[in-house]
Design a protein around this ligand. Structure first.
Ligand code: AMP
Ligand code: ZN
Ligand code: ZN
Length: 423
């Protein structure tokens, strides 16, 4: 049997990729064999002001040896899944489809963060994560629990993916990822990512500045220290670009500052698709006018808009998954079903929350980075979290997919060689 021609092989590859729904996209330049590994770490719920207070010696070291942004603006709504997918796609949630942690889609049904099956269904995720661009360019990726990593988005998944596993300690995660990025060059991923929820979880339970939250931060910082140590031991620190971000900050919540969702709109008038800080209502058929009259406008502790009338600076409301009426709680206020409020005594209510206006200082996210591509000892002005994706694409040498980020925003963080166009 004759060997297939090179053209035939390309055609077969294209067809195969076509079946998966994603045509191969070349790297901007051929990947250099000694190109640095890119490691992206997220510390959920970490406010930038928590650095430099004695809890974060390793994050402080990364910032001192590399760069930090004064702060990073999260995207609307200021929740975990929407913002994590924004960080790896450069798209606002209104464009990438993860419009809330809890959402409904006419064709797909319900999405909840805790529902693993929904999280693994590709059609929910409508952006192209950076690991897709890397894999398409022939760069191996390994992703530990970043939201979206279990779904075959566009028919592709990271070469290695670990689902969210809260039972695995921060130290054990760090050791696993340190093993990936210090493996022999032939098996080392070019892009790795790691997610820590501990600071967010403690921040909700105890408040952003409470001692248990600071203890969680110390534990996560120590875990990152294990990665730094492994890189040093293998002589790989000068060959690893390390970026540590958060998705948002955290505001303190007083236990009395809760509204019952049923007091915003009675159940028979409108259904609450999401609760918490960004409450989405769909009026019941035939009750649209009554629901609108009751909900729309300014209230004592929240404000509601029709989705098409939301403040333009939030760039939110056009995706069909956004409910008809969106209510934004004021900082420090939450809305829960009455039954939930009756069940949870005041002393057991959450003491921290996010999901408030992204312009609030309490909602700010953090960005620090160190490695061969980054300048040393530099603080750059605040960036938007959509600006991270173009940076990731540049560092990997892959063509970014269309996105909402500004590729120039993080150029002042880069060494002159790295800020030169890659093509
Ligand atoms: P939230 O604070 O509601 O925006 O969601 C953050 C919480 O979601 C974290 O504290 C984790 O407990 C949880 N979480 C994060 N990633 C995942 C995931 N991939 N699957 C399920 N739960 C997750
Ligand atoms: Zn979060
Ligand atoms: Zn949270």
């Amino acid at each position: 049997m004759p060997l297939p021609s090179i053209r035939g092989a390309w055609l077969a590859l294209l067809l195969l990729a076509g079946c998966a729904g994603t045509p191969p996209r070349p790297a901007v330049a051929a990947p250099a064999p000694d190109a640095p590994v890119l490691l992206l770490i997220s510390i959920d719920g970490l406010h930038p002001d928590a650095l430099g207070r004695g809890d974060t010696p390793h994050l402080d070291r990364i910032a001192a040896e590399g760069v930090r942004a004064e702060w990073m603006n999260p995207s609307y709504p200021v929740l975990t899944f929407p913002n994590h997918f924004t960080l790896v796609t450069g798209l606002r949630p209104d464009r990438h489809g993860i419009v809330h942690n809890t959402m409904r889609d006419a064709g797909l049904g319900e999405f909840r963060v805790a529902d693993r099956e929904a999280g693994a269904r590709a059609p929910w995720w409508q952006g192209e994560p950076i690991w897709n661009a890397a894999e398409q360019a022939g760069l191996r990726t390994a992703i530990w629990a970043w939201p979206g990593n279990t779904a075959p988005i566009g028919g592709l998944r990271p070469a290695r993916w670990v689902p969210y596993s809260p039972e695995v300690t921060a130290a054990a995660r760090a050791d696993e990822v340190a093993g990936w990025v210090t493996a022999p060059a032939a098996t080392r991923p070019r892009l790795a990512a790691l997610y820590f929820e501990h600071v967010d979880a403690a921040g909700h339970d105890h408040g952003p500045d409470a001692e248990p939250t600071r203890a969680a931060l110390r534990a996560v910082d120590a875990a990152i220290g294990r990665i730094l140590k492994a890189l040093d031991a293998h002589g790989l620190a000068p060959h690893t670009d390390l970026i540590v971000v958060s998705d948002h900050g955290m505001a303190p919540v007083e236990p009395e500052q809760y509204l019952a969702v049923e007091d915003m709109a009675p159940l028979e008038e409108a259904e609450a698709v999401s609760i918490g800080q960004v409450i989405g209502f769909n009026p019941r058929p035939g009750r649209e006018q009554a629901a609108a009259a009751r909900l729309l406008g300014r209230h004592a502790h929240h404000e509601c808009w029709r989705r098409q009338d939301l403040p333009p600076r939030w760039r939110y409301g056009s995706h069909p998954r956004v409910p008809a009426i969106v209510c934004q709680m004021d900082e420090g206020w939450n809305a829960s079903p009455r039954a939930h409020l009756q069940r949870i005594p005041l002393e057991r209510r959450k003491r921290g929350a996010h999901g408030y206006d992204p312009a609030l200082p309490s909602m700010r996210a953090m960005f620090v980075a160190r490695g061969p591509s980054f300048r040393s000892g530099v603080t750059v002005p605040a960036i938007d979290n959509v600006d991270v994706y173009p940076l990731l694409a540049r560092l990997l040498g892959v063509e970014p997919a269309p996105n909402d980020g500004d590729p120039r925003a993080l150029l002042p963080a880069l060494k002159p060689a790295a800020d030169a166009p890659a093509h």
